[in-house]
Design a protein around this ligand. Structure first.
Ligand code: EPZ
Length: 426
């Protein structure tokens, strides 16, 4: 397995092009199932999870072709076409490797009247149930059966309009409900919908395909179902979590990075906390410029659904606040086990104490390099960030976690001055 080696202490200066958003791409790709015409997605990131999703679509009979980046863009262009759907089954061996595969459920039932999808099971950060996805489809007229580790959803006469009321905010369940409702017969309302920018990206893509959706960006979405949707060309939004992660790198290394393509409105809760911690954040013509000023101040953070502070930035902020002049507190309210980075950061000298859902971080003067283990995507990034400032060498193992969500990580960091390399043991 590959390792990433970092020798800390370099100040990062320059510009980083932010790739297309993983969590937008993974909900835009299944939209191809909703029409027999081509869906072309631009600015698609080169990530393991995006490739896996492409393979899943091929399994279902969707043809996919990719081309290189267009002028002035970094991401790939992928065209997917579901002229006919040959299979409505997402098998266990695909779903277990990428839980976002569950996002084919809504589109398959909407297009084909049925879907058989393996239950994704839990992952490192929590048991990740899909009950809300199933509740949404039932509200739209699907019959749901769960047996032998699979969900079987059927709507022989097609889905009908209905009201989906989510008891808690769920990004994935909102995405499945939205993709199901756009082809339902009648008007549907989704209440307590997630408002993450990736949901807005999905709604905009569906509208480009002819869907009728009102309330985009709010917690109540009203959808007028259509008989069919047509193809479209759509550019994936910039990855706000990648941008936030590199913002932390600038703050921690005492440097200054311009994050090309980043949009402050996607990250307002993060930029507010960066400024509260004493970091300069300014909008530029090309994106966001993030610069360390003089040291880091402690802050209190509680993760919440958008527009609150994103759970996907908690681990990265914990690494950054390990160097603040004082004690910070981070409370993780979304996932039940998202502190796996704590023991690894502690091995690098961070002083963190977890009590229930709250981690208390006592700032230290510096960190020291160590061999560390990546456990999940964002935890891995927090270890890379710590390695960028630690004295000596840090070796991050199991970097396949990083490859799921950060395109060309070491290349982008090398270009702004980091002493980082990937060593393959293959
Ligand atoms: C999406 O996961 C993201 N993944 C996650 O990003 C992100 O952390 C999460 O949203 C929250 O923002 C993708 O978009 C591919 P949820 P998702 O449904 O949809 C509970 C990353 O690092 N829940 O909003 O799975 C669930 O257990 C990844 O890029 C149910 O109880 O998250 C959690 O506690 C990690 N029943 C809470 O809701 C359900 O049916 C929020 O989960 C669904 C969810």
């Amino acid at each position: 397995m590959d390792q990433i080696h970092i020798r800390g202490g370099r100040r990062l200066e320059g510009a980083i092009a932010i790739s297309g958003a993983k969590n937008a791409a993974l909900t835009l790709l299944p939209c191809a199932l909703l029409t027999d015409e081509p869906l072309t997605l631009r600015n698609l990131p080169r990530l393991a999870d995006v490739d896996s999703f492409g393979h899943l679509l091929n399994e279902l009979g969707v043809s996919t072709t990719t081309e290189g980046a267009r002028r002035g863009e970094f991401g790939r262009v992928l065209t997917a076409r579901a002229t006919e759907v040959r299979s409505t089954t997402a098998p266990y061996d695909i779903v277990r490797k990428m839980r976002a595969s569950v996002l084919v459920l809504g589109p398959l039932v909407a297009r084909m009247g049925e879907a058989t999808v393996s239950l994704p099971g839990g992952c490192a950060i929590g048991n990740r149930p899909v009950d809300l996805h199933l509740q949404a489809l039932e509200a739209l007229g699907a019959e749901i059966e769960v047996a032998a580790g699979y969900v079987r959803a059927r709507a022989p006469g097609g889905l009908r309009g209905g009201t989906v009321r989510f008891p808690i905010v769920s990004v994935g369940a909102t995405e499945n409900a939205l993709m199901a409702a756009v082809l339902g017969r009648g008007t549907s309302v989704i209440e307590n919908a997630a408002r993450e920018p990736e949901i807005t990206d999905l709604a905009r893509c569906l509208q480009a395909m002819g869907a009728r959706i009102d309330g985009v960006g709010t917690s109540t979405l009203t959808i007028e179902g259509r008989d069919r949707l047509h193809g479209a060309t759509y550019a994936v939004m910039a990855d706000r979590i990648e941008a936030g992660s590199y913002a932390c790198a600038a703050a921690m290394t005492g440097g200054s990075l311009e994050l090309l393509g980043a949009r402050e409105e996607d990250l307002a809760a993060v930029t507010a906390k960066l400024r509260e911690a004493g970091v300069s954040v300014e909008e530029t013509r090309r994106g966001l410029k993030v610069s360390a000023v003089d040291g880091l101040r402690p802050v209190e953070i509680e993760t919440e659904p958008f527009p609150g502070f994103p759970t996907d930035m908690q681990a990265q902020f914990m690494a950054m606040l390990s160097l603040a002049t004082g004690t910070s507190r981070l409370t993780e309210t979304i996932f039940e086990n998202r502190y796996m980075h704590v023991p690894e950061l502690a091995r690098m000298g961070a002083r963190i104490e977890v009590r229930g859902r709250t981690a208390q971080v006592e700032g230290v003067g510096g960190l020291h390099g160590a061999p560390v283990m990546a456990t999940d995507l964002r935890a891995s990034m927090s270890l890379v960030l710590a390695g960028l400032v630690a004295e000596g060498e840090t070796r991050v193992n199991r970097v396949y976690h990083l490859d799921r969500g950060y395109e060309r990580l070491e290349e982008k960091l090398q270009a702004v001055g980091a002493d980082i390399e990937r060593l393959s043991d293959g």
